[in-house]
Design a protein around this ligand. Structure first.
Ligand SMILES: C[S@@+](CC[C@H](N)C(=O)[O-])C[C@H]1O[C@@H](n2cnc3c(N)ncnc32)[C@H](O)[C@@H]1O
Length: 242
């Protein structure tokens, strides 16, 4: 049952979010965990649960019209291919994980929202999706060859970002790649995201915090908002773990 399963590992005593077994997936995460969940994580999960179907429909084909986003995902895929399992952290209903699967990566996904994870499992039954928080992953040290956090660290309170990046560094093998997508903004500002509070990050600031967690920058891509998008520049950082 375990094979190459990146979730084949113990429950971490200090983790903060419940994880449920996914009987249909190629591997299983043990059900349980009853430690306290932070209000912020609960609020984020509840907010995405409430709009799960709508969000999934709106996001489904978004990448089709975003050639620069596809380009950065393709660069990540080329660098991460063959390096081991790759996780999308904050995967929503799995469209980015599926896109990367199509580019040859061995993908799994983790998200706070049970409703989004349920939809991801229905849409992409060949991939592994688990409920969890990206700052307390149920993964062994160095278990992953790549991590994508595509517009998901945007909901983390800024003071918690260093602990998120420390967790990414723990589970990513040396030489593995990390791709971050986010709303860029100078200075760091909260904004009224349609689902739940989110933060814009100055790209240099986010790169600096990732650097302090042990990541070296490979490259970055900034693009302007397209018509119909929220009018913020988009930031993308491609990093490698030293
Ligand atoms: C803007 S959506 C992006 C979803 C997906 N990456 C996509 O592009 O379709 C942000 C996602 O991050 C998830 N999220 C936010 N904080 C999280 C955390 N601490 N751990 C896991 N998922 C989280 C939310 O539940 C939500 O599904």
């Amino acid at each position: 049952m375990t094979g190459n399963c990146p979730y084949a590992r113990q429950q971490t005593p200090g983790r903060r979010f419940p994880v449920k077994a996914n009987p249909g997936a190629r591997c299983r995460t043990p059900a349980l965990v009853s430690s306290p969940v932070t209000d912020h994580l609960r609020a984020t999960a509840d907010a995405y649960d409430a709009v799960a179907s709508l969000y999934t429909e709106m996001a489904r084909n978004e990448l089709d019209d975003l050639p620069l986003d596809r380009a950065v995902l393709a660069a990540f895929a080329e660098l991460a291919r063959g390096a081991g399992p790759v996780a999308e952290l904050g995967c929503g209903s799995g469209r980015v994980a599926a896109h990367l699967r199509d580019l040859g990566l061995d993908m799994s996904g983790v998200d706070l929202s049970p409703a989004l994870i349920e939809l991801a499992r229905q849409e992409y039954p060949d991939l592994r999706f688990e409920i969890g928080s990206m700052d307390a992953l149920d993964l062994a040290d160095g278990a992953l060859g790549g991590i994508v956090a595509w517009y998901s660290v945007i909901h983390a309170p800024p003071q918690e970002i260093p602990s998120y990046f420390a967790e990414f560094a723990r589970v990513l093998a040396p030489g593995g790649h990390l791709l971050l997508g986010f709303f860029e903004g100078e200075p760091l500002t909260a904004f009224d995201h349609k689902v739940v509070t989110a933060y814009r990050w100055p790209i240099d600031e986010l790169a600096k915090l990732a650097g302090e967690a042990g990541f070296a920058e490979v490259g970055r891509m900034l693009r302007e908002a397209r018509e119909g998008e929220r009018p913020f520049r988009r930031g993308h950082l491609l990093m490698t773990r030293g």
